[in-house]
Design a protein around this ligand. Sequence first.
Ligand SMILES: C[S@@+](CC[C@H](N)C(=O)[O-])C[C@H]1O[C@@H](n2cnc3c(N)ncnc32)[C@H](O)[C@@H]1O
Length: 404
Amino acid sequence: MKSALAKNHANSPKNLPEPSDQAKHLSNLLSKRITKQIKRHGDLKFSKYMEMALYTPELGYYASALPKIGLGGDFITAPEVSPIFSRCLARQAIQVLAKLEEANIIEFGAGQGTMAKDILLELNNLQQPIHRYYIVEISPDLKARQKQTIEEHLAPELIEKVVWLDELPSTPISAVVLANEVLDAMPFERIRIEPDGAMQGYVKFDDDKQAFDWDYQPITEKPLTSFTNHLIKYLGEVSDLGYETEINLNIKPWLKTISASISEGAVLLIDYGYSRHEYYQPARVMGTLRCHYQQRAHSNPFFYPGLQDITAHVDFTAVAEDAYDSGFKVAGFTTQAHFLMATGLLEMSADPNSQVTDQLKVAQQIKTLTLPDEMGENFKVIGLTKNFDESLVGFSIRDLRHQL
Ligand SMILES: C[S@@+](CC[C@H](N)C(=O)[O-])C[C@H]1O[C@@H](n2cnc3c(N)ncnc32)[C@H](O)[C@@H]1O
């Protein structure tokens, strides 16, 4: 589940609303670009197709100017549900920032800039000084939206703290690193296991249907072969219907770059996902690939490329292993609900003296952020630390590291 709104699981793209002519035109241009790539280099690995569908300059889903996040877009994220989410994260950040040589935050994939804005306001209210709030964002369109949000809502002395980076600092700095729903948007590979072996999902262009489609081919890359060999052993017998799933090979290099750029501090990653054991359950035969289009979730990544988000759940055991290999300590793992409760959610519930309608609004936001069948349990928080040995407050109510 990407959001509280995306509950209308339409299995077939036939149930999805028709895009506007202008949106179809953009998708058509992107499809031609992808087809050209296939004609030139052969079928694309799914991760390459996903990278082009989401991040091709001007045409990819995250790169284009079409609305994405929020009620008028395709999905809603926790910072857009309520400022309470960001205020709680700010409180966790303060515990670390207060002990660092220099108080920096680095936020990856800042969406519309709402979380950056609300965190800076909370730091200011709680009188926690900040040296810089860095944002690393690969979408030029979202970067422009972030600048607008920051400039519209913050005082000049806070605006000047925000700096957009194209790459991480080459000299390591002290920092708290944040990424909400960024891991799920990183290109991943799709695997199909059948009774007689495993295949990797490629994308072909079907000339008869004039559309992209799956083309499963033998696995040739080493990390995928060893992953699937382990998975086959773990799953035991697979039925003739097969077993499809995903693996994200981009998280490891990403964590290595982060580790190389921070001398001390913490990394907090929030996303929907599971421990490995839960992720690759034998019953989860269709994997977790989900596309989000106009507040509906479905599983066809070839529906109008560039007009929909493509995601997969996160294997947090892999994140923990990759983090450990990159020089981090895994400091905690918990559900979003428990993390928010441990960082002050209850103090932030509605003021009993405020208008009843406002109280109801805040109560509804808290439900969305914390109820198990909304964002409370599907979303997890993992905390990683480097040269920072204090226990993180966000994991003090319930720490699920033993499940990783
Ligand atoms: C699902 S949106 C989440 C946005 C925001 N964090 C929120 O919660 O509303 C994913 C964001 O990650 C960005 N993104 C994806 N991969 C990234 C990467 N490797 N580095 C920086 N940003 C990235 C996208 O452009 C987008 O801003």
